[in-house]
Design a protein around this ligand. Structure first.
Ligand SMILES: Cc1ncc(COP(=O)(O)O)c(C=O)c1O
Length: 388
């Protein structure tokens, strides 16, 4: 169709056309992309568990015992005891009464938000929330009130303006493209004052932040104040699936209301077994998240001292702002030629004029790896005139 072809032509012209790069080896600090061994500096495999022997064994044992497919949705023939075990373990990990597992984090957000809110609700949503939150808000048909990024006073103003209707405040815990942390203490205060529910997306905080690695509520000591803790099993936990954790009545409600939970085949048993084993590792090995965050702070400091514009971040996400989309793509391409893999992030994923290289580190990157990357990033940055 004419419109579709024209759209593709336009995004090519603007440097926004996307192509996939294919991995040909397991993910660790290094991997193989299209025949080339590269240092991977952009994976959400934060704790370096994607190729962990214990997790692989857990998957293989489970495949031997249960086969490979779940064979049905959770409410029909697809619920294994393993799913129940995982939900109990997540509730324990998050310190909540109950939890529900979805097939992806995306589905957890869409199903939960649209399951809870309807056209009579007001949803207050941070302007930089993840696309899956935005899609959940739209699907709910609630009134969507977008507040300025991490701006509690702007949220307060809007909550005052729209008070009266049932309200849900929803925010990323750690913002996926910026790496900053939501001001949860202020958000909880506002929610209390205006009787709103609070939902936090801990996709990038699960296994990473907080004394127990349980996410942003754990980080702020607010687990009893956050009504809905959502997260994914696909990043630090190196598995697949999403979850929501909260009070039993809310989880019961979602089991009846969240369409992405009800109308989709359950996660395969082996995937569930990987999540269970991974949660054990997070509990038993706090040194992994400690090393990850030490790596990130050190690397961020070095980038700043080289003269790069690096966003403020207390997490493992370190965005190097380039601005122009074409230049960000050039930067990424030349780094790839030099053996470093950091894809460029462009609009519409990030606002126009803020194209970036989103560096994410792993607990398993060594100082040698990081120094090697810095040397290449510096050289390419100078050649492109991004730094002096
Ligand atoms: C903040 C945020 N929420 C939700 C998701 C979706 O999680 P999943 O990849 O498990 O669908 C992601 C990841 O892409 C994310 O970054």
């Amino acid at each position: 169709m004419k419109q579709i072809i024209e759209y593709l032509r336009q995004i090519k012209e603007k440097g926004l056309y996307r192509e996939l790069k294919y991995l040909e080896a397991a993910q660790g600090p290094y991997t193989v992309v299209e025949g080339k061994k590269v240092l991977l500096m952009a994976s959400n495999n934060y704790l370096g568990l994607c190729n962990d022997e214990r997790l692989k064994k857990a998957a293989m044992r489970t495949i031997e015992a249960y086969g490979v497919g779940a064979g049905g949705s959770r409410l029909t023939t697809g619920s294994y005891r393993l799913h129940k075990e995982l939900e109990e373990k997540i509730a324990q990990f998050k310190g909540t009464e109950s939890a529900l597992v979805f097939n992806t984090g995306y589905m957890a957000n869409v199903g939960t938000i649209a399951g809870i809110a309807d056209k009579n609700w007001v949803i207050y949503s941070d302007e930089l929330n993840h696309a899956s939150i935005i899609d959940g808000c739209r699907l709910s048909r609630a009134k969507i009130v977008v507040y300025r990024h991490c701006d509690a006073s702007n949220l307060l103003k809007k909550a005052r303006q729209f008070q009266g209707a049932p309200g849900l405040i929803v925010t990323d815990g750690v913002f996926s493209m910026d790496g900053d942390i939501a001001p949860l203490e202020d958000i909880v205060e506002i929610a209390k004052r205006y009787s709103c529910l609070v939902m936090v997306d801990d996709a990038h905080a699960t296994g990473v932040l907080g004394p127990n690695g349980a996410g942003t509520a754990d980080y702020f000591g607010l687990k009893d104040e956050i009504d809905i803790q959502m997260g994914t099993l696909s990043k630090a936990l190196a598995s697949e699936g999403g979850y929501v954790a909260g009070k039993k009545y809310l989880i019961d409600y979602l089991r009846h209301r969240a369409r992405s939970f009800i109308y989709s085949t359950a996660l395969a048993p082996a995937t569930v077994a990987v999540s269970l084993a991974s949660l054990d590792i997070v509990r038993k090995e706090p040194e992994l998240r400690k090393r990850l965050l030490e790596n990130a702070r050190w690397f961020q400091k070095q980038l700043i001292s080289l003269g790069f514009k690096v966003m403020e971040s207390k997490t493992a996400i370190i965005p190097i702002i380039i601005g122009d989309a074409d230049k960000a793509v050039q930067f990424s391409k030349r780094l790839f030629e030099a053996g470093i893999y950091i894809p460029a992030i462009r609009p519409p994923t990030v606002p126009r004029g803020t194209s970036r290289l989103r560096v994410t580190l792993m607990a398993t990157h060594t100082k040698d790896d990081l120094n090697y990357a810095l040397e290449k990033i510096k050289k390419v940055g100078q050649r492109l005139g991004i730094i002096k």
